[in-house]
Structure formats: C-alpha cells, structure tokens
Design a protein around this ligand. Structure first.
Ligand SMILES: CC(C)(COP(=O)(O)OP(=O)(O)OC[C@H]1O[C@@H](n2cnc3c(N)ncnc32)[C@H](O)[C@@H]1OP(=O)(O)O)[C@@H](O)C(=O)NCCC(=O)NCCS
Length: 142
C-alpha cells in the first residue's frame, strides 16, 4: 500500500463519509465538511479513514470520532491522521486536546493512550448511554 495522503475532507468525500460515519446524521456531516472538521486519509482517491472533531467550549479541540477501514488497520494510518490533526490544532491555537471512549471499549482507549492521551474522568449520560464515557486529554504544552 502506498503511504496515504492526509488532508481536510471536502464535499467530494461526502458519500463515503455518510457510509462510514453512521453515528451522526447527514446534516451534521454536511456541517462538519463545511467547517473543515473532518480529516481524511486517502490512498489515491480512495478514502480509508477519517477523524471528525469539534470544539468543546468553542476552544478545546475534541476528537469526536476516529475510524480506519478494517482492512487497513494496524498500518499507522490512524496515527498519521492523529498527528496531522494535532499539528493542525496546534496551529489553530489549541493547548489541550480532548477525546473520549465508552468505558468497555478497551482497544480505542489503548490507542488513545498510545497517542499521548491521559484519562481524566468518567461521566454517565443516563438513559442516553448506559455505560460511562471515559474522557482523555493531551496537554500540548508539556
Ligand atoms: C482505533 C483505530 C482508529 C486505530 O487506527 P489504526 O490505523 O489501526 O492504528 P495505527 O496503526 O495508527 O496504530 C498506531 C499505534 O497504536 C497501536 N494500536 C493500534 N490499535 C491498537 C489497539 N487496538 N490497542 C492498542 N494499541 C493499538 C499500534 O500498535 C501502533 O503503535 P506503534 O506505532 O507503537 O506500533 C482503528 O483501529 C479503528 O478504526 N477502530 C474502530 C473504530 C474505533 O474504535 N474508533 C475509536 C472510537 S473512540
């Protein structure tokens, strides 16, 4: 496999994002594309992964979702997207990064830790999500 190109997603990636990011509806996907809040990994013209992010308090970059297609996992694509996003957030003035994971999803948590995140606490969302959500931060000033 050639080294993937990491870039900000645009409207030509919309159909792929709708197919591979089912956690949010199409109007939110449109909003994130318009706001430059998707990082996408491309092998040639073919998307193989994405990061979707937002801004907690309008100030702290929050990685809402990271995804690599199953057949391309474990080849460094997730890390490459993360590093691209981290540099982008630094350039935009981010001092701290945030992300989170459902408490029983241990593999993504290990992946977050391998990218320098540290657990900061757990929150329950009542009937919306029975399991707690584990929150992580990465302090870029350290
Ligand atoms: C989590 C995910 C994005 C990781 O992407 P990836 O491209 O497979 O990961 P990478 O190849 O970049 O891994 C980078 C490093 O993390 C490690 N790593 C990867 N997956 C890991 C896991 N499940 N547990 C622990 N470490 C892991 C790799 O060994 C590598 O370390 P190294 O550089 O020291 O060898 C991918 O597995 C995925 O899409 N999972 C399903 C979606 C998901 O769970 N998203 C997170 C929701 S919170």
């Amino acid at each position: 496999m050639t080294d993937p190109n990491i870039t900000t997603a645009n409207s030509t990636h919309k159909a792929w994002l709708i197919e591979h990011d089912p956690h949010v509806d199409t109007s939110w996907i449109n909003r994130c594309i318009f706001g430059g809040e998707y990082i996408i990994a491309l092998c040639g013209d073919s998307p193989v992964g994405f990061i979707r992010y937002s801004w907690f308090w309008g100030k702290i970059p929050y990685m809402d979702m990271v995804y690599v297609v199953p057949e391309q996992r474990g080849r460094g694509i997730g890390r490459k997207m993360f590093r691209h996003w981290e540099m982008l957030m630094l350039a935009k003035g981010g001092d701290v990064l945030m992300t989170s994971s459902v408490v029983d999803e241990l593999e993504p948590q290990a992946w977050h830790r391998s990218n320098g995140f540290h657990e900061q606490g757990r929150i329950s969302f009542g009937s919306f999500q029975p399991q707690s959500e584990v929150f992580f931060i990465k302090d870029l000033s350290c």
